[in-house]
Design a protein. Sequence first.
Length: 142
Amino acid sequence: MAARWGGLRYESLTNPLGIDVTQPRLSWVLESTRRGEQQTAYQILVASSAELLKQNTGDYWDSGKVASDQSLQVVYDGEEYNARLEMSGWDQAGFDAAEWEPAQVLGAPGCKLEAQMIEPMRIGTSTPGASAASAEAPAIGG
């Protein structure tokens, strides 16, 4: 098997739905069956479409070839993405959403969810309420 990149993480998250930092830290793992194979350089491409990536073009960011074995916490230094600038008119009738990518379907959490039973609430004592209209106001100043 040829070496490939795996375990891509953004701000220590795998495939997040969103991140709240403008310069996220990227991390990855070199996966190889060859003993002792190590990373000696990297190039990061960030593009607005998969087609651009297939052409090795990063319209948001192209780090260029970086001679480094670093693969943890590499700071994104590309164009800042602002979703408010994308696809104006999406909230108008007749908007053509053909260029939008389909939503990603996520699987269930990787753990078993179990309900935790708690005791029901019970009334211990009951105190009748008093009407505010019938209560006498306290004397002020004397």
